[in-house]
Design a protein around this ligand. Structure first.
Ligand code: GLN
Length: 294
């Protein structure tokens, strides 16, 4: 086994990949490359062109620390400080939920409506991915992005700045259950916490390093959908859209909650992810009754 004696980039990578593989990490070789690139401050391409180069002892020791951290399940994204989402790069850090590919289905469902939204509310913005992408896609829009976590909002503001949309996103730190909207929106979008409280400890070990408040959806994971339908009642314009991400087995529950609100059109759309599982619910606030005639 290669340990302190590691001499070259190639040897260090072989050693690290086997350490990671031992702990059940799937893309062990790739992750080893990402971690070593981080230590050496170079991109993967350059790293792979330097396989025969010697590593300094200090570099190897720091690499070993990162590998050990990753072996314990600490998420790769918190080590690298970034995550790609819809081919764009976003900052993430400890204390902030790591964006998942699942959420691309939500963003695409909204874009796929082919409408121009102007005043958007993003509930539980986390790292700000949804707010930033929608602000970019709808250049005339203003976005209000609410989150309970100051840490998440700091990261989201950096992401908005990095992608050039900071001036059109209003970040507010608030508990969504207490927050009182002061205006009307034509789109409310959310990837709320939706993991049933009792299931959280059974998920992948990486998840234990993420903020619980970004995942825990309470009983049956549905707590936030009640609040979202209340918000739609209070601050969604007639004809406006509510689009939310859901857990794969929550379509019926969420549909029941939204139906029960009595404010949406009958056709509630459920969109599946690439794995064929229910992932997104889209509904539209009814226009009838809005004029005060009925
Ligand atoms: N998709 C996430 C997971 O299962 C949960 C995201 C959420 O609660 N919004 O890891």
């Amino acid at each position: 086994m290669v340990s302190e004696e590691a001499k070259t980039v190639r040897e260090a990578l072989l050693w690290a990949a086997s350490c990671l593989r031992e702990k059940g990490i799937e893309n062990a070789r790739l992750e080893a490359e990402v971690l070593l690139s981080k230590i050496l401050g170079m991109n993967r391409g350059k790293l792979l062109a330097s396989l025969g180069d010697p590593l300094e002892k200090g570099e190897f020791l720091r690499f070993r620390e990162l590998v050990a951290k990753r072996q314990k399940g600490y998420p790769l994204q918190y080590i690298t400080g970034e995550q790609e989402f819809m081919s764009m790069n976003f900052l993430v850090e400890e204390g902030v939920f790591i964006p998942r590919g699942d959420t691309e289905v939500l963003v695409e469902a909204v874009l796929g409506l082919g409408e121009k939204f102007e005043n958007i509310l993003d509930v539980g913005t986390g790292s700000g991915i949804i707010a930033v992408i929608l602000a970019k896609y709808f250049p005339q829009s203003r976005v209000t992005a609410v989150d309970i976590s100051p840490r998440a909002l700091e990261t989201a503001a950096k992401n908005a700045e990095g992608h050039g949309v900071k001036d059109r996103i209003n970040f507010t730190q608030n508990d969504i259950f207490l927050w009182q909207p002061g205006e009307q929106y034509d789109l409310i979008v959310s990837n709320p916490p939706y993991v049933p409280s009792g299931d959280i400890d059974r998920l992948q070990r990486e998840i234990s390093f993420e903020p619980r408040e970004a995942l825990d959806g309470g009983y049956e994971g549905l707590r936030f959908y009640y609040r979202l339908s209340e918000l739609a009642l209070e601050c969604l314009l007639p004809g406006g859209v509510l689009a939310v991400e859901i857990g794969w087995d929550q379509a019926a529950g969420v549909r029941r909650i939204f139906d029960g609100a009595g404010i949406f059109d009958k056709e509630i759309q459920v969109v599946r992810d690439y794995g064929g599982r229910d992932r997104v619910v889209v509904c539209r606030k009814s226009v009838k009754n809005a004029g005060g005639s009925g």
